[in-house]
Design a protein around this ligand. Structure first.
Ligand SMILES: *Cc1c(COP(=O)(O)O)cnc(C)c1O
Length: 389
């Protein structure tokens, strides 16, 4: 197969001169038949790797049964998935969306509605520097990505921003007009920045004392990515609103907003979407959840994480610092701003890794990655870094 012409596509991303045609587990193949060991997995999306049998089966069976009855009707997989996620999260109500950004838009709507109904019109949301909440106008305003404030003016108002990992700064930013605090339990796109121990629990205390909602964006950290089903479980700090995406669908587009009773303020007509909660994607998410929510699965993912950290330690010591992160969301810093070049060299040698910052490499393999695949990754990365240094 030859490379197809990419010129009709709007030029919104630098992509290599390859077309990806097939995937299986931790491997991806391009149009020339080259194989890549995938430690990006569609940005932490393919929780069970490429084309896992559970997802293929769920899609096949559901496609033969019912694809979309219309969002105006109930469907079985959506009802089952809602029950499952509410039980697993300890929260009480849910609505489904097609992307993480849309889920966060929903969380922002909830905060504004809640502030109007229960707090005299309070609507400001306290967010953090370096945050990534999505690419819609509101979620861009909620994000703290360098340079983003100047894109697409006017910027959506109603967001305050403080340094990440500093609970005191959040407490000082909360005032009468504050409706919610919105954070990622670990900042993924910022390069896997982990807050100090106790941060999430402190935010829970502040939210209770100052009467604001606490929103955790777990679009990247949720669904076993960090070794627990949800990253906030490490501190036992339950949010009022939890957003999920990426790994939830194991590769198909589905995301969710989960809320407790207190935050479930939306009424008919205030939220919705044509494809939301359709049986095809909710059936897949059910299949993903049945696999990842078992103690054995989580234990194996934690063992894979230990092995990954162990293999990355000597590489990080020699070429920079780290590794850091939790579970299978891991990064290391390099001494120089060569992360993009290292990523490209790895690509040439058949390894996919991500460079979220100039001197930061990020790894987010399948949650079922094998120890042998981790060894193979470490060998290629170690060699590329030695050649680059
Ligand atoms: C990827 C991501 C989003 C946006 O999700 P999309 O599905 O790309 O809209 C939001 N928040 C976090 C933390 C993310 O990592």
């Amino acid at each position: 197969m030859s490379l197809l012409d990419p010129s009709p596509l709007m030029n919104i991303a630098h992509r290599p001169d390859r077309v990806m045609v097939r995937g299986r587990g931790s491997y991806l193949w391009d149009h020339t038949g080259r194989r890549y060991l995938d430690f990006v997995q569609g940005w932490a999306v393919n929780s069970l790797g490429h084309c896992p049998v559970e997802i293929v089966q769920a899609l096949e069976e559901q496609a033969r049964t019912l694809i979309t009855p219309s969002p105006a009707f109930h469907n079985e997989p959506q009802l089952a998935l809602a029950r499952r996620l509410v039980d697993l999260s300890g929260l009480s109500k849910i609505f489904f969306t097609n992307s993480g950004a849309e889920a966060n838009e929903g969380a922002i709507k909830i905060a504004r509605k809640w502030g109007r109904r229960h707090k005299g019109g309070a609507h400001e949301i306290v967010t953090t520097e370096g945050a990534f909440h999505g690419r819609t106008l509101a979620t861009m305003a909620a994000s703290g990505k360098p340079g983003w404030d100047k894109l697409f003016p006017p910027k959506m108002p109603g967001f305050a921003r403080v340094p990440y990992g500093d609970a005191g700064a959040i407490e000082r930013a909360v005032h009468e007009g504050t409706a919610a605090i919105m954070v990622e339990p670990i900042q993924g796109e910022a390069g896997v920045r982990t807050p100090p121990d106790g941060y999430l629990a402190e935010l829970r205390r502040i939210a209770d004392e100052r009467n604001v909602l606490l929103i955790f964006d777990e679009v990247q950290t949720g669904i076993a990515r960090t070794g627990a089903l949800f990253a906030h479980q490490a501190e036992g700090a339950l949010p009022d609103v939890l957003t999920l995406g990426k790994g939830l669908g194991g590769g198909v587009p589905i995301a969710a907003v989960v809320a407790n009773e207190r935050a479930s303020v939306l009424e008919p007509g205030e939220q919705g979407g044509t494809f939301n909660g359709n049986p095809l994607v909710t059936r897949v998410a059910l299949a993903v959840l049945s696999r990842v929510s078992t103690p054995t699965f989580l234990e194996e993912a934690r063992q894979a994480s230990n092995h990954l950290m162990k293999r990355l330690e000597p590489i990080a010591r020699r070429h920079g610092s780290g590794p850091r992160g939790r579970g299978l969301l891991v990064a290391m810093d390099l001494e120089d701003a060569i992360a993009g070049r290292v990523r490209d060299r790895c690509f040439e040698r058949g390894l996919l890794i991500n460079a979220p910052r100039d001197s930061t490499l990020r790894l987010m393999p399948s949650l079922c990655v094998s120890h042998a695949e981790i060894d193979e990754m470490a060998e290629i990365l170690g060699r590329v870094l030695s050649d680059a240094g």
